[in-house]
Design a protein around this ligand. Structure first.
Ligand SMILES: [Zn+2]
Length: 334
């Protein structure tokens, strides 16, 4: 992500108003806690806000609105991602080990270089092993200096109760469609029906919306899946193996594929219920099928159930090909 000054403002954070206000007030009143937990779904903006907060906490010449000045040494180094008073613990996929926490603890006792404190950002805190968390607990119980620790997590329950109880907790909420749309509009000129699909798929999570909005692969998959849905709704379809093959070839994206199919079917229900062609239900041909009752509401509901069931099977590590074949046979059924 581009860490330019523009992004590192509280004012540029979309939504999460209560959290932003609360953090701003704590800066204004100089009532900073030693440790915070930012929890919420992946892609919701926890890390972005944690960086803005850290930037402000480290600025040595705060502006009146409690935004980082962008000019002091601390801000300058922060913007260049080289501020030694800002320390990130990031597992990059693997667990965060006790050694990582010990390293942090040997850093926390060293005085800050520019600011009156240091800030430690633990990304994906749920990846800390139990030993790592117990080790961290010592620092949370007796934090040296004015230092601040921020833990972001998409699974707060994976943090020990003792860790949780030592931190000020903020739960991030999903953004509204309007908020997501505001961000997307500045990035893209997608067609209204595509925009509508992105909004529904991302379900209030800005990170997801941004990821797919510029992804050609995503829209190719969606087109392919609409064709598959159309083919499966035909009385005499003969492309069983081709369809199975498509899923096998895109095995790595299976969660995405099933989510997209789920959306296609569940949104078709609306036009089936209204008995009119809704230009926002993604596809003319699909719309026609629904309106002409080749796909009834009852069948659409059963298909949704089939997809949910397939998701469950795959989570239970049922053989992939078998789960997909079963799904396709069920989706084909009348
Ligand atoms: Zn500054």
């Amino acid at each position: 992500m581009d860490l330019n000054n523009n992004i590192l403002n509280f004012n540029n954070i979309l939504g999460q108003k209560e959290i932003v206000e609360s953090l701003k007030n704590s800066v204004k009143n100089d009532k900073i806690s030693h440790s915070y937990i930012f929890s919420g779904p992946k892609g919701i903006g926890k890390k972005t806000l944690a960086k803005v907060f850290s930037y402000v906490l480290l600025c040595t010449d705060l502006k009146e609105e409690n935004e980082g000045c962008g000019k002091c040494l601390s801000c300058k180094y922060f913007l260049e991602k080289a501020n030694p008073d800002f320390y990130i613990i990031n597992s990059s996929g693997l667990n965060i080990m006790i050694e990582d926490i010990r390293k942090m603890q040997s850093d926390i006792v060293i005085k800050p270089l520019f600011s009156k404190r240091k800030v430690y950002l633990i990304i994906d805190g749920e990846k800390m092993t139990a030993q790592a968390q117990n080790c961290l607990l010592k620092t949370l119980e007796e934090p040296p200096g004015n230092n601040v620790i921020i833990i972001t997590t998409s699974n707060c329950n994976a943090l020990l109760a003792t860790v949780q109880s030592r931190c000020v907790k903020y739960s991030f909420k999903r953004n509204t469609n309007d908020e997501v749309q505001t961000i997307l509009k500045s990035k893209t000129c997608k067609l209204p029906e595509e925009m509508n699909f992105i909004l529904k798929y991302s379900d209030g999570i800005i990170g997801t919306a941004l990821e797919i909005v510029e992804s050609n692969e995503f829209f190719e998959l969606k087109e392919n899946l609409i064709n598959i849905v159309l083919e499966l709704a035909k009385e005499n379809n003969s492309k069983f193996f081709e369809i199975c093959n498509f899923f096998v070839q895109n095995k790595d994206n299976i969660d995405k594929l099933l989510d997209i199919m789920f959306l296609i079917y569940s949104n078709a229900i609306f036009s089936a219920a209204d008995k009119k062609e809704d230009p926002l239900v993604y596809h003319e041909a699909l719309n026609k099928m629904v309106v002409n009752e080749c796909l009834t509401i009852d069948k659409l509901l059963r298909n949704i159930e089939t997809i949910e069931q397939t998701k469950k099977y795959l989570k239970q590590n049922v053989n992939f090909e078998l789960a997909i074949e079963t799904m396709i046979i069920k989706l084909k059924e009348e």
